[in-house]
Design a protein around this ligand. Structure first.
Ligand SMILES: *[C@@H]1O[C@H](CO)[C@@H](O)[C@H](O)[C@H]1NC(C)=O
Ligand SMILES: *[C@@H]1O[C@H](CO)[C@@H](O)[C@H](O)[C@H]1NC(C)=O
Length: 279
């Protein structure tokens, strides 16, 4: 034959293959799920992992709460933001307005973020920064669930600018900014230090919709099973995978059962917080 074939490349799927995480990664995800759950407690009687509470933060107007923990053995500060625990918070969450990123410490005027998530961070920002400055001697980890995950994302950009190397774990984080914001966060907190954890068919990571200009950032770790996840059912999905949480039907509303359970722990209840020792 005279045909000259151009060798056809078999195009390998661009996305990262979904692969199960190591036991270490799963243990870390589990560790910070507990801190995120603990942020829902007004008073955390027995803080997770033998840590202690350094300070509670709250702002009534925006209904924002957070807790700064210290793990002395690991020389680590853990700043955990509370998520939605009242229908009032939910109303704010569902207003999908993008505004320029202006939180103190951030340096990206082209970035746009969700208006009320930014307002929530700004309401506690000066107290949070002051407490971290006062107590930081080792590493800093930022974490949060649901709305608290979005506040953690915005806080991560501001705190990484001010304190350098940080690590972030979020659980059921909504989309919270545009593509420029995503790129900005990823530049400050590299993918190996950002863990955006999703669970089963949790609907919150699927809002606000991309049609409104919102993008995810940071690699997704998807706890695939409804119940009883372990390292073998927790998949590293890469950034904004269409095949993991985003491919699941969340049913009647985004805040479903999967949203309120992460790493086999109840999360999102401020009255009974197992992560703080409630029995
Ligand atoms: C788990 O977290 C610790 C900090 O507590 C960190 O040093 C370690 O690198 C993390 N392991 C993995 C596999 O991410
Ligand atoms: C950033 O922190 C991580 C986790 O604590 C650590 O493994 C890494 O070496 C640090 N990188 C720099 C540049 O300090």
């Amino acid at each position: 034959m005279l045909w000259k074939f151009v060798p056809a490349f078999i195009l390998v799927s661009q996305g990262l293959a979904q692969s199960a995480v190591s036991k270490d990664v799963f243990e870390n995800i589990s560790r910070y799920t507990a801190f995120s759950a603990a942020a829902y407690a007004d008073t955390c009687e027995t803080p997770p992992a033998g840590s202690k509470v350094i300070q509670y933060f709250s702002d009534e107007a925006t209904d924002t709460q957070g807790t700064l923990f210290e793990d002395e053995t690991k020389q680590e500060l853990i700043m955990a933001f509370r998520g939605t625990s009242s229908p009032k918070d939910l109303d704010t969450d569902l207003i999908f307005t993008l505004v320029p990123l202006s939180a103190p410490g951030t340096k990206c005027s082209d970035c746009k973020v969700h208006k009320s998530f930014q307002e929530a961070y700004v309401a506690v920002e000066s107290d949070v920064v002051a407490a971290i400055k006062k107590h930081k001697s080792g590493s800093l980890t930022v974490t949060g669930h649901s709305l608290g995950g979005s506040i953690a994302a915005i806080a991560s950009s501001a705190l990484a600018e001010q304190f350098g190397n940080i690590t972030t774990y979020t659980f059921g984080e909504p989309r919270n900014g545009d593509a420029a914001f995503g790129k900005y966060v990823s530049g400050l907190v590299p993918d190996e230090n950002y863990f955006r954890v999703t669970h089963h068919n949790d609907g919150v990571p699927q809002i606000p919709p991309t049609q409104l200009g919102f993008e995810h950032h940071g690699p997704e770790y998807w706890e695939k099973a409804g119940d009883k996840n372990d390292a073998s059912t927790t998949l590293a999905c890469g950034s904004d995978s269409k095949k993991c949480n985003a491919a699941q039907d969340f049913g009647d509303g985004p805040i479903n059962r999967a949203h309120l359970t992460y790493t086999n722990m109840a999360i999102g209840n401020s009255l009974f917080v197992e992560a703080c020792g409630a029995k």
